[in-house]
Design a binder for this molecule. Structure first.
Ligand code: FES
Ligand code: FES
Length: 151
C-alpha cells in the first residue's frame, strides 16, 4: 500500500490538516481532499493553465506541484478571492465565456497585478501565454487586466 503522509497546508488563509500520498499533486489534494474544485483539471500536463492557483503570490500550475511541496506556503485558490478588482474587471470587460478556464485565468491575472502593477502590454501577453482558452480571443482578458493596472 502506498504511504500516506499527514501535512498541514495553508489554503485561503486557513490551516487545513490533510492526509496525502507523496506523489499526489496539489491539484488533486485541493479538489479531492479539501473540496476546493475551482482549480480545474485540464491537460494535467502543465500546458493549459486551468489548474492555476497562487503560491506565495505567484501563479502555479497545481497539476505540476506536489501537495507535500506546498507545506509552509501560502496557497490561494479562486475560492479565496473575495471581491478582488480583477474579478470585477473580468465581468465588466466580458473577459470569459466558460467556467473551465476562467478560474485559472483570474488567478494568473491576480498574481500578475500583484507582481507587476505597472506591467506593459508585452508583459501581460507573456503572462497570458500560460493559459489557454479554446473559444474566445484574449483581447477582453487583456482589457480586464489593463483596467486594474497602473498603466
Ligand atoms: S491541468 Fe494543469 S496546466 Fe493543464
Ligand atoms: S472561455 Fe473557457 S475555454 Fe474559452
Amino acid at each position: 500500500m502506498a504511504a500516506i503522509v499527514s501535512v498541514v497546508l495553508t489554503v485561503n488563509g486557513e490551516q487545513r490538516a490533510v492526509s496525502v500520498r507523496p506523489a499526489e499533486t496539489l491539484l488533486s489534494v485541493l479538489r479531492n481532499k479539501l473540496g476546493l474544485t475551482g482549480a480545474k483539471p485540464g491537460c494535467l500536463n502543465g500546458d493549459c493553465g486551468a489548474c492555476t492557483v497562487n503560491v506565495d503570490g505567484w501563479p502555479m500550475k497545481s497539476c505540476l506541484m506536489l501537495g507535500v511541496e506546498a507545506v509552509d506556503k501560502q496557497i490561494i485558490t479562486i475560492e479565496g478571492l473575495k471581491d478582488e478588482p480583477i474579478q470585477h474587471a473580468f465581468i465588466e470587460n466580458f473577459a470569459f465565456q466558460c467556467g473551465y478556464c476562467t478560474p485559472g485565468f483570474i488567478m494568473n491575472c491576480h498574481a500578475l497585478i500583484q507582481q507587476h502593477p505597472n506591467a506593459t502590454d508585452e508583459k501581460i501577453r507573456e503572462w497570458l501565454e500560460s493559459n489557454i482558452c479554446r473559444c474566445t480571443g484574449y483581447q477582453e482578458i487583456e482589457k480586464a487586466v489593463k483596467s486594474v493596472l497602473n498603466q
